[in-house]
Design a protein around this ligand. Sequence first.
Ligand SMILES: Nc1ncnc2c1ncn2[C@@H]1O[C@H](COP(=O)(O)OP(=O)(O)OP(=O)(O)O)[C@@H](O)[C@H]1O
Length: 239
Amino acid sequence: MNTGGYELEVIELNQRFGSHQVLKDVTIRVRRGEIYGLLGPNGAGKSTLMKILLGMQRPRSGRILLCGAEQSRETLAQVGGMVELPGLWENLTGAEHMAIHTRLRGTPRERGTEELIRFGLGDARDVKVKKYSLGMRWRLAIGIAMLHRPRLLVLDEPTNGLDPGGIRQMRDLIRALPEEGTTVLISSHNLPEIAQICDRVGVLAEGRIVYEGPVAGVGYQGDLEEGFLRLVEAAKTRE
Ligand SMILES: Nc1ncnc2c1ncn2[C@@H]1O[C@H](COP(=O)(O)OP(=O)(O)OP(=O)(O)O)[C@@H](O)[C@H]1O
């Protein structure tokens, strides 16, 4: 099927909790091999959208296509990622986490070691997670999510709480992923961070996509923050 080079298409997605309509006809298109940023203020619906993409929640309506195929058990097997830092076992080492997850995923055990090294945890492989910094925990979690080499990696605010060194390390790691055939969808509140890392963005406000395109297009007279706040304000006054 010709998917127009889109790795992911979300079409008119709706989600509602009780009377609260959280996602309203959300449509985004993520191109193959790009790093796509999902921007939005608190409560905009970013995590909800990501949970749906990861198969953790079912939407009320709408379509999700991965490489042109409707979301199914098969397509979900090609998606990896996490919403919020996942639970790691404090008393297990990085290597023990990988041993468990390679078994669960049915992937070769060596891949766990490869991921630990790639994500800068080779020296810490036999250290218990309770001694890991937040940045190390994030890198372990992403390494686990990458074990089965997903086509699409979904990451909810992976630089949240990291110090500048940790942010840079995370940015470099994420930037390298498309070269290996993984398309990335990443959410963040951090506009400069997103501007540095992403090819295109979608801005979610009040449950609607109010902008999709290059990061620079969010800006108002060259000011990214001002442009973002204007988009968010405009969404509030729109019914
Ligand atoms: N399971 C749920 N039941 C009821 N309401 C929910 C549920 N999950 C999310 N919501 C509501 O949906 C709205 C969007 O939440 P969501 O977590 O998707 O936003 P977000 O953009 O990720 O916000 P943040 O940036 O603060 O993480 C919020 O008002 C939230 O309270």
